[in-house]
Design a protein around this ligand. Sequence first.
Ligand code: ADP
Ligand code: MG
Length: 214
Amino acid sequence: MAAEELAAIDAAAIERWIRAFAAAIAEHEQELTRLDSAIGDADHGANMNRGLKAVLAKLDEGSATGPAALLKQTGMTLVSTVGGASGPLYGTFFLRMATAIGDAETVDQKLFAAALRAGVDGVVARGKAEAGDKTMYDALAPAVDALDAALGGENPAGALQAAADAAAAGRDATIPMLARKGRASYLGERSIGHQDPGATSATLLLQAAADALA
Ligand code: ADP
Ligand code: MG
Protein backbone atom coordinates (compact mmCIF):
# COMPACT_ATOMS: atom_id res chain seq x y z
CA MET A 1 0.00 0.00 0.00
CA ALA A 2 1.44 3.39 -0.94
CA ALA A 3 1.98 5.95 1.78
CA GLU A 4 -0.70 8.25 0.38
CA GLU A 5 -3.29 5.47 0.77
CA LEU A 6 -2.75 5.36 4.52
CA ALA A 7 -5.63 6.71 6.53
CA ALA A 8 -5.10 10.33 7.53
CA ILE A 9 -5.70 10.97 11.19
CA ASP A 10 -8.18 13.78 11.80
CA ALA A 11 -9.68 15.20 14.98
CA ALA A 12 -12.38 12.52 15.07
CA ALA A 13 -9.71 9.83 14.89
CA ILE A 14 -7.68 11.42 17.69
CA GLU A 15 -10.83 11.53 19.81
CA ARG A 16 -11.48 7.84 19.03
CA TRP A 17 -7.93 7.05 20.18
CA ILE A 18 -8.27 8.93 23.47
CA ARG A 19 -11.67 7.32 24.14
CA ALA A 20 -10.27 3.87 23.32
CA PHE A 21 -7.39 4.49 25.76
CA ALA A 22 -9.87 5.56 28.46
CA ALA A 23 -11.95 2.42 27.86
CA ALA A 24 -8.85 0.21 28.07
CA ILE A 25 -7.72 1.86 31.31
CA ALA A 26 -11.19 1.36 32.83
CA GLU A 27 -11.18 -2.28 31.73
CA HIS A 28 -7.68 -2.89 33.14
CA GLU A 29 -7.89 -0.74 36.30
CA GLN A 30 -7.73 -3.73 38.65
CA GLU A 31 -4.78 -5.24 36.80
CA LEU A 32 -2.84 -1.96 36.92
CA THR A 33 -3.55 -1.66 40.64
CA ARG A 34 -2.47 -5.25 41.26
CA LEU A 35 0.81 -4.63 39.41
CA ASP A 36 1.41 -1.40 41.34
CA SER A 37 0.65 -3.17 44.65
CA ALA A 38 3.57 -5.53 43.99
CA ILE A 39 6.23 -2.84 43.37
CA GLY A 40 4.56 0.46 44.26
CA ASP A 41 1.67 1.85 46.27
CA ALA A 42 -1.29 0.22 44.51
CA ASP A 43 -2.66 3.40 42.97
CA HIS A 44 -1.73 3.28 39.28
CA GLY A 45 -5.08 1.87 38.17
CA ALA A 46 -7.06 4.36 40.25
CA ASN A 47 -4.78 7.25 39.25
CA MET A 48 -5.12 6.57 35.55
CA ASN A 49 -8.83 5.80 35.65
CA ARG A 50 -9.58 8.99 37.55
CA GLY A 51 -7.61 10.98 34.99
CA LEU A 52 -9.12 9.36 31.95
CA LYS A 53 -12.65 9.75 33.36
CA ALA A 54 -11.95 13.49 33.62
CA VAL A 55 -10.59 13.44 30.06
CA LEU A 56 -13.82 11.80 28.85
CA ALA A 57 -15.89 14.46 30.62
CA LYS A 58 -13.89 17.15 28.77
CA LEU A 59 -14.40 15.36 25.45
CA ASP A 60 -18.14 15.19 26.14
CA GLU A 61 -18.18 18.98 26.57
CA GLY A 62 -16.99 19.14 22.97
CA SER A 63 -15.18 22.47 23.27
CA ALA A 64 -11.81 21.33 21.89
CA THR A 65 -11.64 21.03 18.12
CA GLY A 66 -8.71 19.92 16.02
CA PRO A 67 -6.13 17.21 16.71
CA ALA A 68 -3.70 19.38 18.71
CA ALA A 69 -6.43 20.99 20.83
CA LEU A 70 -7.79 17.55 21.79
CA LEU A 71 -4.33 16.31 22.75
CA LYS A 72 -3.54 19.48 24.69
CA GLN A 73 -6.81 19.28 26.61
CA THR A 74 -6.06 15.64 27.42
CA GLY A 75 -2.55 16.46 28.66
CA MET A 76 -3.70 19.38 30.82
CA THR A 77 -6.49 17.27 32.31
CA LEU A 78 -4.14 14.40 33.15
CA VAL A 79 -1.60 16.75 34.77
CA SER A 80 -4.30 18.24 36.98
CA THR A 81 -6.23 15.07 37.90
CA VAL A 82 -3.75 12.17 38.05
CA GLY A 83 -1.68 12.13 41.21
CA GLY A 84 1.66 10.41 41.40
CA ALA A 85 4.48 10.10 38.94
CA SER A 86 2.35 9.02 36.03
CA GLY A 87 0.15 12.16 35.84
CA PRO A 88 2.87 14.63 34.88
CA LEU A 89 4.52 12.02 32.65
CA TYR A 90 1.40 11.16 30.62
CA GLY A 91 0.39 14.82 30.71
CA THR A 92 3.71 15.89 29.25
CA PHE A 93 3.44 13.13 26.65
CA PHE A 94 0.12 14.49 25.31
CA LEU A 95 1.18 18.15 25.57
CA ARG A 96 4.35 17.51 23.56
CA MET A 97 2.35 15.59 20.97
CA ALA A 98 0.01 18.57 20.65
CA THR A 99 2.92 20.96 20.13
CA ALA A 100 4.45 18.69 17.46
CA ILE A 101 1.15 18.52 15.55
CA GLY A 102 0.58 22.27 15.71
CA ASP A 103 -2.28 23.52 13.55
CA ALA A 104 -2.43 20.50 11.21
CA GLU A 105 -6.10 19.57 10.62
CA THR A 106 -5.21 16.07 9.52
CA VAL A 107 -2.13 14.17 10.57
CA ASP A 108 -0.50 11.69 8.24
CA GLN A 109 1.20 8.68 9.79
CA LYS A 110 4.66 10.23 9.41
CA LEU A 111 3.62 13.31 11.39
CA PHE A 112 1.82 11.09 13.88
CA ALA A 113 5.03 9.08 14.35
CA ALA A 114 7.06 12.27 14.81
CA ALA A 115 4.53 13.59 17.34
CA LEU A 116 4.56 10.30 19.24
CA ARG A 117 8.35 10.50 19.41
CA ALA A 118 8.14 14.08 20.66
CA GLY A 119 5.75 12.86 23.35
CA VAL A 120 8.15 10.12 24.42
CA ASP A 121 11.03 12.62 24.43
CA GLY A 122 8.89 14.71 26.78
CA VAL A 123 8.52 11.74 29.14
CA VAL A 124 12.31 11.46 29.21
CA ALA A 125 12.81 15.20 29.71
CA ARG A 126 10.45 15.05 32.66
CA GLY A 127 11.38 11.72 34.29
CA LYS A 128 14.95 11.13 33.10
CA ALA A 129 14.28 7.43 32.54
CA GLU A 130 16.71 5.43 30.47
CA ALA A 131 16.15 2.14 28.67
CA GLY A 132 16.14 -0.72 31.17
CA ASP A 133 15.08 1.38 34.19
CA LYS A 134 11.76 -0.55 34.34
CA THR A 135 9.36 2.29 33.52
CA MET A 136 6.77 3.22 30.91
CA TYR A 137 9.70 4.31 28.75
CA ASP A 138 10.61 0.64 28.26
CA ALA A 139 7.30 0.16 26.41
CA LEU A 140 7.16 3.57 24.71
CA ALA A 141 10.69 3.65 23.27
CA PRO A 142 10.51 0.35 21.33
CA ALA A 143 7.05 1.34 20.09
CA VAL A 144 8.19 4.60 18.47
CA ASP A 145 11.21 2.84 16.97
CA ALA A 146 8.99 0.08 15.56
CA LEU A 147 6.57 2.66 14.16
CA ASP A 148 9.33 4.48 12.29
CA ALA A 149 10.77 1.23 10.98
CA ALA A 150 7.39 -0.07 9.83
CA LEU A 151 6.43 3.20 8.10
CA GLY A 152 9.61 2.95 6.05
CA GLY A 153 9.05 -0.76 5.37
CA GLU A 154 6.79 -2.97 3.30
CA ASN A 155 3.64 -2.87 5.43
CA PRO A 156 3.03 0.74 6.48
CA ALA A 157 -0.66 -0.03 7.00
CA GLY A 158 0.34 -2.40 9.79
CA ALA A 159 2.72 0.11 11.36
CA LEU A 160 0.56 1.02 14.35
CA GLN A 161 -0.02 -2.63 15.23
CA ALA A 162 3.74 -3.21 14.91
CA ALA A 163 4.24 -0.34 17.37
CA ALA A 164 1.68 -1.83 19.78
CA ASP A 165 3.34 -5.25 19.52
CA ALA A 166 6.73 -3.68 20.27
CA ALA A 167 5.23 -1.92 23.30
CA ALA A 168 3.85 -5.25 24.55
CA ALA A 169 7.25 -6.90 24.13
CA GLY A 170 8.86 -3.97 25.96
CA ARG A 171 6.28 -4.29 28.74
CA ASP A 172 7.02 -8.01 29.13
CA ALA A 173 10.75 -7.27 29.15
CA THR A 174 10.30 -5.12 32.28
CA ILE A 175 9.57 -8.25 34.37
CA PRO A 176 13.22 -9.29 34.98
CA MET A 177 14.44 -5.68 35.24
CA LEU A 178 15.66 -4.01 38.43
CA ALA A 179 13.74 -0.74 38.89
CA ARG A 180 15.91 2.38 38.80
CA LYS A 181 13.24 5.10 38.71
CA GLY A 182 10.13 5.91 40.70
CA ARG A 183 8.73 4.17 43.77
CA ALA A 184 9.64 0.68 42.54
CA SER A 185 13.33 1.64 42.75
CA TYR A 186 12.99 1.81 46.56
CA LEU A 187 12.56 -1.97 46.49
CA GLY A 188 15.93 -2.62 44.86
CA GLU A 189 16.35 -6.34 44.07
CA ARG A 190 12.78 -7.04 45.21
CA SER A 191 11.48 -5.18 42.16
CA ILE A 192 12.81 -8.00 39.97
CA GLY A 193 10.18 -10.45 38.71
CA HIS A 194 7.29 -7.99 38.47
CA GLN A 195 5.82 -6.30 35.39
CA ASP A 196 5.97 -2.51 35.51
CA PRO A 197 2.52 -0.90 35.84
CA GLY A 198 3.40 2.17 33.74
CA ALA A 199 4.80 0.03 30.92
CA THR A 200 1.50 -1.85 31.08
CA SER A 201 -0.67 1.28 30.76
CA ALA A 202 1.63 2.59 28.01
CA THR A 203 1.02 -0.61 26.05
CA LEU A 204 -2.72 0.01 26.37
CA LEU A 205 -2.13 3.48 24.88
CA LEU A 206 -0.34 2.04 21.85
CA GLN A 207 -2.87 -0.77 21.34
CA ALA A 208 -5.65 1.82 21.49
CA ALA A 209 -3.87 3.73 18.73
CA ALA A 210 -3.62 0.61 16.59
CA ASP A 211 -7.31 -0.15 17.15
CA ALA A 212 -8.64 3.39 16.70
CA LEU A 213 -6.36 4.87 14.03
CA ALA A 214 -5.52 2.04 11.62
P1 ADP B 1 3.42 6.69 41.75
O1 ADP B 1 4.66 5.86 41.48
O2 ADP B 1 3.75 8.09 42.13
O3 ADP B 1 2.49 6.00 42.70
P2 ADP B 1 1.85 5.70 39.55
O4 ADP B 1 1.66 4.48 40.39
O5 ADP B 1 0.61 6.29 38.96
O6 ADP B 1 2.66 6.81 40.33
O7 ADP B 1 2.80 5.34 38.32
C1 ADP B 1 3.88 4.46 38.45
C2 ADP B 1 4.54 4.28 37.10
O8 ADP B 1 5.14 5.50 36.69
C3 ADP B 1 5.69 3.27 37.11
O9 ADP B 1 5.20 1.96 36.88
C4 ADP B 1 6.59 3.74 35.99
O10 ADP B 1 6.27 3.13 34.75
C5 ADP B 1 6.26 5.21 35.86
N1 ADP B 1 7.38 6.04 36.31
C6 ADP B 1 7.73 6.37 37.57
N2 ADP B 1 8.81 7.18 37.57
C7 ADP B 1 9.14 7.36 36.26
C8 ADP B 1 10.16 8.10 35.58
N3 ADP B 1 11.05 8.83 36.26
N4 ADP B 1 10.18 8.06 34.23
C9 ADP B 1 9.28 7.32 33.55
N5 ADP B 1 8.29 6.62 34.13
C10 ADP B 1 8.24 6.63 35.46
MG1 MG C 1 1.72 4.10 42.38
